[in-house]
Design a protein around this ligand. Structure first.
Ligand code: F6R
Length: 647
């Protein structure tokens, strides 16, 4: 049975389904928005709508014209459609498709092409007629591009226009590849990609320099002529731009905002992508609230920042003027609620992340007993441990705990050819070198086509390089080699950016290390923002394993703390353990990060932030410290932050 059938009998966990601005809550929204608890539920709902559209057309004997998108967002929808075809006989014989865009220049057969993508995820698995598939060509000679684009428009018109257009949204706010500045009346044409769009695609292309500069895309007007439009967005990375498109002005700077003037458009979001909408970000501004602890904490931190006062100086008037008068009624007075919140934050701060011996721990984030704890620090890649919690790592070792670090994946993908070559050449110059095929390995890298896959041997060497760097960093933090473990989880070892699903061996390796160490504390990377990211998969390997072994006796003493990777930090109101670092500790942490030499300057997965990892994290830890300070708490140099995970 398909997932869709399994849940059809139950109402979807849909949070809202109402028209733009009709209710108090949605009054800032200029479009119809639906928010689902996760991307999977959202994808199922869109797949269901597409299938209904196809079937309705079948019943009246008409062709159904779909406009399709590529990228990470629609993958779940295509998966559902394929399943519906295979298991429920959904037929695509009456379907004509037009894809939004293609890189230029781009060969169809390239694994980077949107052509390849569409066949891999959809067309190879359904009964659509090949002649009904249209994807812009990345190989039309430059001088023919204009005519070609016109003919693409004509084909859409000839098919009767788009019945349904699926869209993603780029972080520039683009729909299709209509980057900022695109005109509302633009048609299919050749465009130049924005820097941010290229940096988002850099991972797939093994570096930003390999991302094509141009693309052919349907225009804004082409898209707006569709009878129905559904835009999907998942993950925190999209939250800012989604808010701008839905609540901001219609502007060429955010081309998705043009959709506000289309009268049959819906934005389908997961909770993270919708989290910056006013009704979720500051719900007290748009309606009545059922106050709970989490909401109260969020509102007070927001208020303190808004009026630029430490928590203990907030007055009844501040609360009343900012939509929070009912909180004051509930709590008694600003004085009472301020003290409660100030103490809550104060109690999250500890210099003893493993618990403070011989102390009353009722108001501390960690237990006193056992004084010496067995601890696992899980690190998705061989550097997240020191980047994200290097200061806490150093403290845990110094405070006498039995600390183990477990590197979950080899991280070989992020080692450049240049670094690999350096290490192989180094090995070559050592007289005792026994590495086989050394000359071939050197030529393999020297002759490698941009974006081509590495041989397993090169991957192994790249993994080894990261392993040696990680050992250096962990030894510097005070660990003996017996306490440094490498799982090399197989899901990661595809040689491509796209990874495999977690398998039996990934779970077995994770389970074995936990059962061997029987930890009192586990630290793990809790970045949930990137739907395809390795961190999220690594977290799933841990949480699923913990669910399976939660009844083992040692597990009742096991607490799990989540840190965040190099990209985001927990919002202050969500932090449950804040570990302050002194200026000396910040320096030590920086040195520990420096052991990861291949991840310095111009790393392969840098994103659009040009700062190196140590700089990002140093800034971030200082920002957390300053955020605490602004709320009226002691001023520290830096703070590392954690949230407890309950299973
Ligand atoms: C893809 C396309 C783009 C993407 C957008 C989001 O055909 O035209 O507009 O929809 O860049 O990409 P993902 O889903 O990878 O974040």
């Amino acid at each position: 049975m398909t997932m869709i059938n399994a849940i059809l009998s139950e109402p979807l966990q849909e949070i809202t389904y109402r028209n733009a601005g009709q209710l108090e809550e949605t009054r800032y929204e200029q479009m119809h928005v639906e928010v689902f608890s996760n991307a999977e539920m959202g994808s199922i709902s869109v797949a269901r709508e597409i299938s209904n559209t196809i079937k309705t057309k079948q019943r009246i004997g008409e062709m159904c014209v779909l406009g399709l998108a590529t990228g990470s967002s629609p993958i779940g929808i295509y998966k559902e459609l394929v399943q519906m075809h295979k298991e429920e006989g959904l037929s695509f014989l009456n379907v004509i498709t037009f894809n939004l865009d293609e890189y230029y220049p781009m060969q169809k057969a390239s694994t980077h092409s949107y052509h390849y993508f569409m066949y891999e995820y959809l067309f190879d698995h359904i009964d659509i007629k090949p002649e009904n598939i249209h994807i812009p060509s990345g190989v039309v000679p430059m001088e023919q591009v204009n005519d070609y684009c016109l003919s693409y428009e004509k084909e859409i018109e000839k098919a009767g226009g788009l019945d349904f257009q699926l869209l993603g949204i780029g972080r520039t706010g683009h729909i299709g590849f209509n980057e900022p500045g695109s005109h509302q009346k633009s048609f299919t044409r050749m465009v130049t990609l924005d820097y941010l769009t290229k940096s988002d695609a850099a991972g797939d292309f093994h570096g930003i320099d390999n991302v094509p500069v141009r693309a052919i895309t349907m225009g804004v007007r082409t898209i707006m002529q569709a009878k129905r439009i559904v835009l999907i967005a998942w993950g925190i990375k999209k939250a800012e731009i989604v808010k701008a498109a839905i609540e901001g002005e219609i502007t060429a700077e955010v081309t998705a905002s043009y959709l506000q003037s289309h009268d049959n458009t819906t934005f389908i979001l997961d909770e993270d992508a919708g989290s910056k909408l006013t009704r979720f970000q500051t719900p007290w501004l748009v309606g009545k609230i059922n106050w709970n602890h989490a909401m109260r904490d969020k509102a007070i931190v927001w208020l303190s920042n808004k009026v630029n006062k430490p928590i203990l100086k907030l007055t009844n008037r501040d609360y009343n003027n900012n939509g929070m008068s009912d909180l004051i009624v509930l709590e008694g007075s600003a004085y009472d609620v301020n003290i409660k919140m100030h103490n809550r934050l104060q109690h999250s701060i500890t210099g003893w992340p493993g618990g403070k011996p011989n102390s009353d721990d009722r108001k501390r984030p960690e237990r006193t007993e056992p004084a010496k704890k067995r601890i696992i620090i899980f690190s998705p890649h061989p550097d997240d441990d020191v980047i994200s919690m290097g200061g806490t790592f150093l403290r845990l070792v110094e405070q006498g705990h039995d600390v183990h670090v477990v590197y979950q994946t080899s991280g070989s993908n992020a080692v450049s050819d240049h670094d690999a070559l350096k290490f192989i050449a180094f090995t070559k110059h050592l007289s005792e070198t026994k590495l086989p095929r050394i000359e071939e390995l050197i030529s393999e890298i020297n002759e490698k086509q941009s974006g081509a896959m590495d041989s397993p041997e090169i991957r192994k060497i790249k993994g080894l390089i990261r392993r040696l760097e990680a050992v250096g960093g962990a030894r510097y933090c005070g660990l003996a080699d017996s306490h440094i473990h490498f799982l090399d989880l197989p899901f990661y070892e595809t040689g491509r950016v796209k990874k495999n699903a977690l398998g039996e061996k990934d779970y077995r390796l994770t389970r074995e290390i936990i059962e061997k160490i029987k930890p009192h504390q586990i630290y793990a990377a809790g970045d949930l923002s990137d739907p395809n990211g390795t961190h999220k998969v690594c977290l799933k390997a841990i949480t699923t394993t913990l669910e399976c072994i939660k009844d083992k006796p040692f597990m009742k003493d096991c607490w799990v703390w989540l840190y965040r990777g190099a990209w985001h930090e927990w919002p202050v109101n969500e932090i449950e353990m804040a570990v302050p670092l002194s200026p000396d500790e910040v320096m030590k942490k920086r040195k520990a990060i420096f052991f990861h030499e291949t991840q310095k300057d111009g790393v392969m997965y840098q994103g659009n932030d040009t700062r190196e990892f140590w700089q990002r994290v140093q800034d971030r830890n200082a920002e957390t410290a300053s955020a605490y300070n602004k709320l009226g708490l002691t001023e520290y140099e830096a703070i590392e932050a954690f949230r407890r995970y309950h299973f």
